[in-house]
Ligand binder design. Sequence first.
Ligand code: SF4
Length: 379
Amino acid sequence: MYLHVPFCAHICPYCDFNTYAGKGDLIPRYVGALEREIARHGAELDGRTAATVYFGGGTPSLLSPAQVGQLLQACRAAFALAPNAEITLEANPNGVETDYFAGLLQVGVNRLSLGVQTLSPRGLRALGRLHGPADAARAAAAARTAGFANISFDCIFGWPDQTLAVWREDLDRILAGEVGGSPPEHLSLYSLIVEPGTPMADAVKRGIVAVPDDDAAADLYETAMGVLANAGWTHYEVANWARDPALVSRHNRVYWRNGDFVGAGAGAHGTVAGRRWMNHPLPETYIAAVGRGEQPVATIERISPRVAMGETMMLGLRLLEAGISPSRFTERHGATLETTFGSTVAELAEIGLVTREPDRVRLTRRGLLLANDVCARFV
Ligand code: SF4
């Protein structure tokens, strides 16, 4: 289950997520609407178990532990929530203290994704973030003190004027446990994408800021791969590393395996049994629709078998070790990988971007650096 929290204290200049500043007053009504939507999905999907719950945003840490608990209670009432369910909440490092994290643990959250972004004050300014490096360290330490044993850090590389040395220093300091007293269990490292229509895109266009070009971004990425490999981390997905293979994000693995998930909340997407929907993006519209007893859905589509197969390839190739299993492909789609995509896979293997093994197809290191292009070949 993915629960979207579309509220932020302010909007970062590079952000194109569905989130809004200055609408915090809506949160209590929004939580009530989410509870109703969750109950509705539970009734429709009677008997299904949810293995993971993910509070994403926006800034889910703007919810109080009591509100998070209310939503988890709604999930438990609607679905047979697995006893060992992974329950993750994204938190920004501003103003979150030990009591807050203790409250989250108490209501059932067992994994945190902390938006560290970078330890460089200059980088945080360039990204328009409200927190400073000390806030990230303080938040991570508070989470540890409260008892969180599974913490992921989100970091961004490729921000304006970032150098390899600064990036390397971020990674070294994180691995040395300088952020919160011990290294995190998991790292998500995202390359900054300058999305059209954002203030950052405008600043780049006007020449006010310059972001690293593709080659420089690839150097930053390869630096991260080298540093984390030397430290013994598992690079299991294009942008994700785990300190131990058992610590991969179980929630995101559902996406990469092209599995079913319920998305609830404003602008959330969900896919269940070949039906995909997207909810109304505006929180007010979403709350009003739920209040009228309607499905808060903006668009709905049936996924054709051909599109579903392409998505299995596109998403599964992102899993670097596991890749795509031909037998699982057949089990899922009733057609063989060979008859559906054999020639594309052969072509990509020929130019060294994927390998074909009896039990899997996966990206090569070269393919990894061109992952988006390779994956796009299947859709
Ligand atoms: S905190 Fe995250 S979701 Fe909110 S505006 Fe910044 S980047 Fe977007």
